[in-house]
Write a protein that binds this ligand. Sequence first.
Ligand code: GLN
Length: 222
Amino acid sequence: GLRIGVLALQGDFREHLRSVEETGASGVGIRRPAELEGLDGLIIPGGESTTIDKLARAFDLAEPLRARIKDGLPVYGSCAGMILLADEIADPATDLAGEPQQTFGGLDITVRRNAFGRQRESFETDLDFKSLDFSATDDGVAPVHAVFIRGPWVERVGSEVEVLAQVEPADPAHASHAAPLPGTARIVAVRSGHLLATSFHPEVTGEKRVHELFIRMIRGEA
Ligand code: GLN
C-alpha cells in the first residue's frame, strides 16, 4: 500500500492521519528529515504557517522538503499547508527580528493569509469542486462541504495551475467578508502537477474525496 507522510510539527496532523488511513493508505507522522525517505506522498496540515515554518527550519526539515517537492514528491497542503506550498505570500508575517515567514514553495501561486476578513474569519460553505467526478452519483458530483478556519485565498495562479474550487461572490459566506475586491470569486483549491492545495479543511468534516483525489494523483489516476 501507499505510505503517506503527514508533517507533524504543529496543527491538525492527527485529523489528516485519520483521513489518510480512511483511504486505505498508511499514514506516518513526519518530524525528522530521515522520515521523508520512502514516502509516496506528503500532507502539510492546517495550523499556523509561521510556527510550522519556524519548526521546520529548526528541525532541519525545510531544505530537504524543498528539495523533495522539486524532485516531484506529491504534496497536499490544507490551509496553513497551502500557504507553505505557495511560492509567494501577499502579506507574509514578520517575526520579532523583522524576518518574513518563509515557505517550502513549489506551487506557482500567491496566497493571502487570513484572507476572508475579520468579521467571519471562520465559516462553512458548499463548493463545486472539479476533479471529483470519480465518485459521481446519478445526481452528479455532490458539493464539498468546506470549513474555513482563518484560511487563505489564492490571489494569483501561474499558467500551469488548475483552479479546482472557488467561493462565488453570490455565496452568502463570501458577501459578508471585507474583501478588497467585492464581487470577485475567490480561489480556494488548486492543483499543479503533483501538488494539491485547499484553503479549507476536509480532514475535519469527514469529507473523504479530497484525500482520495490526492491518492489518485499519486497513483497517476487523476
Ligand atoms: N491563518 C493560519 C496561517 O496563516 C492558517 C489557519 C489554518 O490553517 N486553519 O497559518
